[in-house]
Design a protein around this ligand. Structure first.
Ligand code: PAN
Ligand code: ZN
Length: 190
């Protein structure tokens, strides 16, 4: 028998951000998000080095491992491209039967979930909210609050990512700051 006195993986109790030596962090800057926001002209003239979101990831098993799990913290900065709030790119999973949990830990926003038939629904995210993302459902998070939005996610290690479908077809709605309130605009195309 052996007892590990210090767990290998940790998160801050305050905002649930994961940390530790095995954490891999990636950043998405304005310059990485070509054609993600509706006003591409505006995005291309903004500071390309400005961070929109970052993800800190723990991968206890190799990507593709059947039965494995990943966990990650996403931090979306507060900001807008023109009037569209900062948000994640969003994706379907490559393994379409994979589902996922998101849970909010700081700030507020919206989880946009879209089925393959492009029907969508939106859930409000705030500290303590849990969101189940079913199989065959694209997902994106939008920071509609007035501070950073932080959430955690847990998903199968063999889920993979399909970004191309969203890149080519977009989501069927976008969320804009209209006079200080989040407003959902249905858009059949990006
Ligand atoms: C999350 C997302 C993360 C960043 O960990 O990957 O929030 O969003 P994009 O991947 O859409 O840029 C997740 O859904 N993993 O499956
Ligand atoms: Zn996902």
């Amino acid at each position: 028998m052996s007892i590990d006195h210090v767990s290998k993986y940790k998160f801050n109790i305050g905002d649930s951000v994961l940390y530790g030596t095995d954490t891999i962090t990636t950043q998405k800057k304005i310059g990485d998000l070509k054609d993600v926001f509706q006003n591409e002209g505006e995005r291309s003239t903004m500071n390309q080095e400005s961070i929109v979101y970052s993800v800190s990831l723990l991968q206890p098993v190799k990507a593709g491992t059947i039965g494995g799990l990943f966990i990650g913290t996403s931090i979306i900065e507060q900001g807008q491209v023109d009037k569209e709030y900062y948000m994640t790119k969003g994706h379907f999973h490559q393994n379409t039967s994979s589902s996922e949990f998101y849970w909010g830990t700081h700030g507020s926003g919206m989880v946009l979930m879209m089925k393959q038939d492009r029907s969508f629904h939106i859930e409000h995210m705030s500290p303590g909210s849990i969101h189940f993302i079913p199989a065959e459902t694209a997902h994106r998070v939008i920071n509609t609050g007035n501070e950073k939005l932080i959430f955690n996610a847990c998903w199968p290690a063999d889920a993979g990512y399909d970004y191309d479908t969203i890149y080519n077809e977009g989501f069927s709605c976008r969320i804009f700051n209209h006079n200080g309130s989040p407003t959902i605009i249905e858009t059949d195309k990006r």
